[in-house]
Ligand binder design. Structure first.
Ligand code: C5P
Length: 217
């Protein structure tokens, strides 16, 4: 096999959490570290792909040889992804916030003496994976992630159909996966389910990149 089997291909990868503002100083976020998504971007680049990595706020260094677009919110992530098309491959590893605060306050919410705590009205964020899966410029291979805490494979199979993507990488996040260095995943394709052993996130990324290269060959 060629050393750079993805040469000439463009891969779009999302990584990290999104931050959804409440007011100018507060936001809603999640525990995603960006380790898995950044490792996938690096692994695809190592196989010769031109990689655009759209990342939420993370402490990870930019992977070498990768174009990194930094965003904060889900809506910014969607715009950056659409702006990066066309792509041959899309791997959506970001932990996108499902909801955002419906109306971001223009000024810092004040804690007035004796006043009750504010209630936040939420609204749905766009689903980037589903949007790209049904896009006029849909990448040839669209890979989503499924972070589940129960019935991991069952939920992931349903998610693959619902989102319209080609593959789902499913992982059980009830333990220390988020922020940790190891991952135990199941690869869900049209052909069925593969159970991968527990691996460092870098090894999961390399294995996934190799599978992607094989699928596109
Ligand atoms: O629906 P759920 O959040 O479990 O789906 C996870 C998959 O969908 C991941 O690939 C994630 O990056 C993607 N996703 C997305 N936009 C959202 C929510 C999830 O791209 N708003």
């Amino acid at each position: 096999p060629a050393a750079r089997p993805l040469a000439g291909r463009h891969a779009l990868v999302t990584s990290g959490p999104t931050h959804e503002p409440i007011d100018p100083v507060r936001y809603i976020a999640n525990r995603s570290s960006g380790k898995q998504g950044h490792a996938i971007a690096a692994a695809l680049a190592a196989l010769g792909a031109r990689v655009t990595l759209v990342s939420g706020p993370v402490a990870q260094p930019d992977p070498p040889g990768v174009t990194v677009v930094r965003i904060e919110t889900a809506r910014e992530m969607l715009a950056a992804c659409e702006g990066a098309l066309p792509a041959d491959i899309a791997v959506m590893a970001a932990a996108v916030a499902d909801w955002r605060v419906a109306r971001e306050a223009g000024q810092k919410l004040k804690k007035e003496p004796g006043a009750e705590a504010p209630s936040l009205m939420m609204t749905l964020n766009p689903d980037i994976l589903a949007t790209l899966s049904h896009h006029a410029q849909r990448p040839g291979l669209v890979v989503g992630f499924a972070a589940e805490t129960e019935k991991v494979v069952e939920h992931a199979i349903a998610k693959r159909r619902r989102k319209g993507c080609d593959w789902i990488v499913a992982n059980d996040v009830s333990g220390t996966v988020m922020g940790g260095d190891a991952n135990t995943v199941h690869l869900i394709t049209a052909a069925g389910v593969e159970d991968w052993p527990e691996l460092p996130k870098g090894a999961v990324a390399e294995r996934l990149a190799a599978r992607i290269a094989a699928a596109l060959a």
